[in-house]
Design a protein around this ligand. Structure first.
Ligand code: TTP
Ligand code: MG
Length: 376
């Protein structure tokens, strides 16, 4: 484990060709620093060096809603993502509060992802501001470090933003590594250092271990990743089911989670054909409810949030009507989707028997970095 500065790694005095291990997995994880806030600061240099908070309108402390993100200057006041905006306002009333400008973040994201993809390694985007590259074919960690430095410099000079990068033998460890020296961090965990890097960390550092899982692990006396590594696997399985195996495998880098390139999902939909055509409003709304739950679960699996909800109704005789609504914000919340679907249903349902009903979600953004790696 090391934060490698340019001089340090050059002093290792190895050429990339000297040490090639064809079996070694080398995964690079990149995560942009204070992403939405950094885009705002790039586009308005007057914001540089100031506490900038992106999110809901604080309304002089009476605002509802939450912080999306904030600059590192604002973090010094204790402000964090997902905190109520009213609390952020108490912590730093003189911060600059801005509403999100999603099209600009989406553009910056595709610029960053395009630059990453251009290197030609297996690539997987996992949220609006993070992605993995499988750079194993480089053959050694020194070459991977050089590539990371080049990527970091190119993102800075060509796109005007900063990022943090982790390099490690597995995706989970690369992701943990990219987070430990933010902002502008470059952290390399070679296989021989993997355990000493992970051992002292609280289990919560493992992506996917949320507050609930953390408390359950505490109940077993497991606080650090070292505690988790040494724990009786049978007891863990009895408590958490088979996902415990994947969880423990993270601690020694033996988990097999590959960088998979996936086609961009354009829409997610679910539809139901009734066993018998029905005009029964109760049956229809219950079905819409179930479809909303189902389709949102699918969205969560893809780490996506949507903006456009479309309801489709097919009447007897294959007469089909669809209606869409686009929200002002992204959501993956089933109850939000359901209430829009209910409103659309009120618009297009004319009381005639329905044969089929469906919900389609589209206009996506990739979910943030808290996507689940483990199902705990
Ligand atoms: P993150 O990468 O989690 O956060 P960040 O890039 O702002 O800061 P860091 O330097 O710690 O990586 O999320 C990327 C973007 O996703 C973030 O800029 C805004 C958005 N986001 C939310 O809208 N709500 C949230 O709760 C979080 C965590 C992120
Ligand atoms: Mg980020």
């Amino acid at each position: 484990m090391a934060e490698i500065s340019g001089t340090e790694y050059r002093s290792m005095n190895l050429s990339p060709e000297e040490k090639i291990n064809e079996n070694e997995r080398i995964i690079l994880h990149l995560d942009m620093d204070s992403f939405y806030a950094s885009v705002e600061m790039r586009d308005d240099p007057g914001l540089k060096g100031k506490p900038v908070v992106i999110g809901a309108d604080p309304k002089n402390g009476a605002g509802r809603g939450v912080v999306s993100t904030c600059s590192y200057e604002a973090r010094a006041f204790g402000i964090r993502s997902a905190m109520p905006i009213s609390q952020a306002y108490v912590l730093c009333p003189h911060a600059i509060y801005l509403p999100p400008h999603f099209p600009r973040y989406t553009q910056a994201s595709s610029d960053v992802m395009g630059l990453l993809k251009s290197h030609g390694f297996p690539f997987q985007q996992v949220s609006i501001d993070e992605a993995f590259l499988d750079v194993s074919s480089l053959g050694n960690y020194l070459a991977a470090t050089r590539l990371a430095e080049q990527i970091r410099d190119d993102i800075c000079t060509q796109i005007g933003l900063t990022c943090s990068i982790g390099i490690a033998p597995t995706k989970v460890v690369a992701k943990i590594a990219s987070d430990v020296n933010k902002p502008r961090g470059l952290t390399v965990v070679e296989p021989e250092n993997l355990f000493s890097f992970l051992a002292p960390m609280p289990v919560r550092k493992i992506p996917g271990v949320g507050r609930k899982a953390e408390l359950e692990l505490f109940e077993l006396g497991i606080r650090t990743i070292k505690d988790l590594a040494g724990y009786d696997i049978q007891v863990l399985i009895a408590r958490f089911g088979r996902s415990a195996i994947a969880l423990q495998a993270i601690t020694d880098g033996s988990d097999e989670d590959f960088v998979v390139e996936r086609d961009c999902v354009k829409s997610v939909s679910r539809e139901t054909t009734f066993p018998e055509d029905t005009p029964d409003e109760q049956v229809i709304t219950a079905t819409v409810d179930a479809l909303a739950q189902d389709v949102c679960r699918n969205l969560a699996d893809e780490s996506l949030r949507c903006k456009t909800i479309t309801l489709k109704v097919r009447y007897v005789g294959f007469i089909t009507r669809t209606k869409s609504r686009t929200l002002t914000h992204y959501t993956d919340d089933a109850s939000a989707v359901r209430s829009v679907a209910y409103a659309l249903l009120r618009d297009i349902f004319d009381g005639c028997p329905i044969r089929l009903i469906g919900i389609r979600l589209s206009s996506f953004e990739k979910h943030d970095a808290r996507q689940k790696i483990l199902d705990l």
